[in-house]
Design a protein. Sequence first.
Length: 374
Amino acid sequence: MNFSFWERDSWFSKIDYTIIGSGITGLSCALRLKELRPEANVLILEKGILPEGASTKNAGFACFGSISEILDDLRTHSEDEVVELVKKRVNGLELLRKNLGDRAIGYQSFGGYELFSPSDEALYAECLQKIPEINELLRPIFHDAVFSEKANQFGFRQIQPKLIYSQFEGQIDTGKMMTALLKKVQVAGVRILNNCKVLKMKPENGRVTIETDKFRLQTDHLLIATNGFASRLGIEEVKPARAQVLITKPLSKLPFEGTFHLDRGYYYFRNVGNRILFGGGRNLDFKTEETDTFGETSVVQEKLKELLKTTILPGHSYEIDYSWSGIMGVGNQKKPVLKKLDENVYCGVRLGGMGIAIGSQVGTDLANLALEYD
């Protein structure tokens, strides 16, 4: 590109830290770097016009895991590992709220509920039976019972008689949260270049050369925070997972408030003001949904519409406003990939659909990791 002297001098010279990705993780990483090294020149490269991936496209669940998810984690992780996972999510949410403030992110604590379909009889019985045990496992974190049984008072149909309630679950306004985070980062003096796709990077002579689709630059340190798109940069432990979402037009009468999980968390819904947001369904076609390409499919969208009509809003008059999709980063393990990849190159990725809960903490940890080697 045809840069002037002023542009080269102000934007592309003496860059201490370059971050790929301006989502929750990348922005939190930048804030931590500026907190510990206020004089550092920090640049963020974002391939989208807005932060792409999940940070501006998620459902806004401020959650740490439903009881079925925790039980599922206990099948592949030790009790100590599961407790540590939940603790990281809780601490990450607290860090997000502390950094930005509840009002700025539209935080509301209506609680969360898990619903079970008739075909999930065995899982339903197991979750009810395990409530006391899981509450004791998590008591050191919450200092109270987390889960309890609740009657179906919302008019949901084709589900098991009892809901499992989580008193500590909340919700945020994703748009407000990202706006507040971007503002704080810019006030801190961090520069962000949007619509700039990183093609490759190469450590050489104590620095890292970055080639984008528009220009080439050098930086002292490179930090990768792309999560769902991490595999494009050679991080094989992360696989993309597309999540499809729809939202209704405002309802004349709101039937419920709160966050809700259905079918082991593969479906999720909540109120957004007096609208209903409903997403999920990638379990209908895992192979197709293992993609970092945005879009909707008829298989998933028709299932979402069916469940909305028959289970979530039966007997209610509503219209669907529009749909969208986001890209998560998942893998065989729930623990994020946080490590040094090469000389002066680091990553903090694989948030496993828990970006709101752990994005702030992973970003902070990523900055700390890079500073350890500085």
